[in-house]
Design a binder for this molecule. Structure first.
Ligand SMILES: [Zn+2]
Length: 118
């Protein structure tokens, strides 16, 4: 999917402004807590794209929580409430962003059978 979008930009079917529209909050997180992904930005060819993880779930902000450290991220992933994690690759230079992974975490495994019945 990443490649398809990049091809569309190269062919001029999509403008840079269509794909480089990262939210200011996301860019801030990328600069502060982003982990270097070792990848080159496919849009502006800067070598500094980073990975940011957002966690969504109950008792978390509606816009998701962006953990500031690996410790905090691990704590969120081990919560008893289920959470949904989004790994996003961001280029702080041109604001390109791309969802790389989405996966559920947290939740009590042994509690899956209970809680269904009201
Ligand atoms: Zn870029």
């Amino acid at each position: 999917m990443r490649n398809a979008i990049v091809r569309d930009v190269q062919k001029g079917r999509l403008g840079r402004e269509d794909v480089c529209d990262a939210h200011p909050e996301l860019l801030r997180a990328a600069r502060n807590v982003g982990k270097p992904s070792g990848e080159t930005c496919p849009i502006c060819e800067a070598t500094g794209t980073v990975e940011v993880t957002y966690v969504f779930g109950t008792r978390l902000p509606p816009g998701g929580r962006c953990p500031g450290s690996a410790t905090e991220l691990n704590r969120l992933r081990r919560r008893s409430e289920p959470v949904l994690c989004y790994d996003v690759e961001v280029c702080p230079d041109c604001a390109w962003h791309h969802l790389t992974r989405k996966y559920p975490a947290g939740g009590k495994r042994e509690g899956q059978r209970t809680g269904r019945a009201l």
